[in-house]
Write a protein that binds this ligand. Structure first.
Ligand SMILES: Cc1cc2nc3c(=O)[nH]c(=O)nc-3n(C[C@H](O)[C@H](O)[C@H](O)COP(=O)(O)OP(=O)(O)OC[C@H]3O[C@@H](n4cnc5c(N)ncnc54)[C@H](O)[C@@H]3O)c2cc1C
Length: 465
């Protein structure tokens, strides 16, 4: 009888297309384990919305594993102590897991590999959450990529990713570890009713991910190029939390898009590659979550102001598209990409608040909060990232609202107090005639657009002075 192998689930909470699972099954009877290790993650432990997702995703994974014959062990604490101890207690000589790019996880994996080595066991990391591992992709000059377009070309040049692996129907399992916790003991759900509306939009778990793909392909994918910027319609895939938690792999998504044979495929796949690019950046620039990649931005004259930050967080800035986005985030744990760009730009540029404060709020409130994509995107908007939007390009929240939500469907949904305004006023309620304005309980703009823009440009100019 071969020794049992440990399958350590992290951000690959699925049975299909899971190379770590396939390797563990080939090694011997499998002990699947998930460890909630907030200590190692420190500030990057999952935020509130992420924990809600994780709870439901683990419930779904636990059911699926039980049905195959290999029940899931749940533990809480320091993985670098728990994994070697578990290996010793069940006599496992192999531990398999998907590779992570988060700096804290990489350091921890290094220490765990050493600790396992000391007890005669190995840690093997598999490509599980990316199409191409960041350390394998290099520019012609042999350096990591710093710019998206040549990076994406290099990935397309690799050819089509391998076909996804099927989910095993039966797994030879071993009994769960005696100290395995119940899911409720992980205490992942919020204590207040904040997440009550999340299920209107989301079904965490592998089946939920498959249902999303089914809903998106081929019809929505066909019009993705046109519809993806309109927050008032479901024109994007909504796959981001499923991809973050690894309930579906990017290569499954890639092949699903290809099989749909629809127009819009390449535009969509390029977005999947923005995710890969963010992971590439985080791998090669581990300071990405905290420090501007462009050094001059370390001197940026932010004007930290708790009241302004709060007004933004609560969707009370007086700009309908910004407030709709922030309220969508609070209500449904997610925000449309176009509106993420608008709200982030507004916080950084009009309100001169540090991008790190906005990123921290997103971290806590997004169900898809992802250290690579969130950090890279905030730095992109701030102009301080690799291949970033130039800082001097200041989004006008009125024009952005009119261009992408002209009929106001999105604003009416999330800022219902404006619902009765005519379309031409929905993005600029302050222009309503006084008698109409008086019927609407909505704040005046927190700062005039022109003033905010001029202040942002002056702050930027000071970097050069
Ligand atoms: C300030 C800011 C913060 C962000 N934070 C996150 C985050 O924490 N987690 C996250 O997954 N995405 C983040 N994004 C990127 C993007 O907004 C979301 O991935 C997208 O809105 C998810 O919706 P979707 O699945 O319907 O996307 P689709 O348009 O259907 O795209 C398909 C997939 O491609 C990937 N993708 C799309 N756009 C991007 C992008 N710009 N960068 C990286 N990956 C992308 C996602 O995995 C997405 O699920 C952020 C963007 C901004 C501007």
């Amino acid at each position: 009888m071969p020794d049992p192998a440990i399958l350590w689930f992290r951000q690959d909470l699925r049975l299909a297309d899971n190379p770590a699972l396939v390797a563990a099954i080939a090694a011997g009877p499998v002990l699947p384990v998930y460890i909630l290790d907030d200590d190692a993650a420190g500030p990057w432990a999952p935020g509130g919305a992420g924990r809600w997702w994780l709870h439901h995703s683990l419930a779904s994974l636990g059911d699926a594993l039980k049905a195959t014959g290999a029940p899931l062990t749940l533990l809480r604490g320091r993985a670098e102590t728990l994994i070697p101890a578990l290996a010793q207690s069940v006599g496992a000589t192999q531990v398999h897991a998907g590779r992570l790019v988060e700096p804290f996880a990489r350091e921890r994996d290094h220490r765990i590999a050493e600790a396992l080595g000391a007890v005669g066991a190995t840690l093997t990391l598999h490509t599980s959450s990316l199409i191409a591992e960041p350390h394998r992709i290099r520019s012609g000059a042999g350096t990591p990529f710093a710019v998206y377009t040549p990076f994406s070309r290099a990935i397309f040049a690799l050819g089509e990713p391998d076909a996804p692996l099927p989910a095993p129907k039966r797994i030879a399992g071993v009994p769960p570890a005696p100290d395995s916790l119940t899911l409720d003991a992980l205490d992942l759900l919020p204590s207040r009713d904040w997440a009550d509306a999340f299920p209107e939009l989301w079904t965490p778990g592998e089946d939920g991910a498959a249902a999303r793909i089914k809903r998106f392909t081929p019809k929505a994918l066909r019009s993705y190029g046109d519809d993806r910027n309109a927050p008032g319609i479901a024109g994007t895939s909504g796959l981001s939390p499923h991809l973050h938690w690894g309930e579906v792999s990017p290569r499954q998504v890639w092949h699903a898009a290809r099989e749909a044979g629809a127009e819009g495929q390449d535009t969509f796949l390029k977005e999947i590659l923005w995710r890969e690019f963010s992971y590439h950046l985080l791998w090669h620039r581990p300071e990405l979550p905290e420090t501007p990649l462009r050094k001059e931005f370390e001197r940026f004259p932010w004007k930290r102001d708790a009241k302004l930050l709060r007004a933004w967080q609560r969707g009370q800035t007086g700009y309908p598209i910004v407030d709709a986005g922030m309220r969508q985030l609070w209500t449904h744990g997610w925000m449309h990409n176009r509106v993420r760009m608008i709200t982030a730009s507004f916080l950084i540029k009009h309100l001169l608040q540090p991008w790190q404060d906005g990123a921290a709020w997103f971290w806590d409130t997004l169900v898809d909060a992802d250290l690579a994509s969130n950090s890279a995107s905030w730095q992109w908007v701030a102009g301080s990232g690799s291949d970033a939007a130039p800082y001097f390009r200041v989004f006008n929240p009125i024009l952005q609202g009119e261009k992408f939500d002209g009929a106001g469907a999105y604003v009416r949904r999330y800022v219902p107090e404006l619902a009765a305004l005519p379309d031409k006023l929905i993005q600029r309620p302050w222009e309503a005639p006084p008698e109409l304005r008086a019927t609407v309980d909505y704040p005046a703009p927190i700062i005039a657009h022109d003033e905010g823009r001029a202040r942002a440009l002056a702050a930027f100019a000071s970097l050069k002075g």
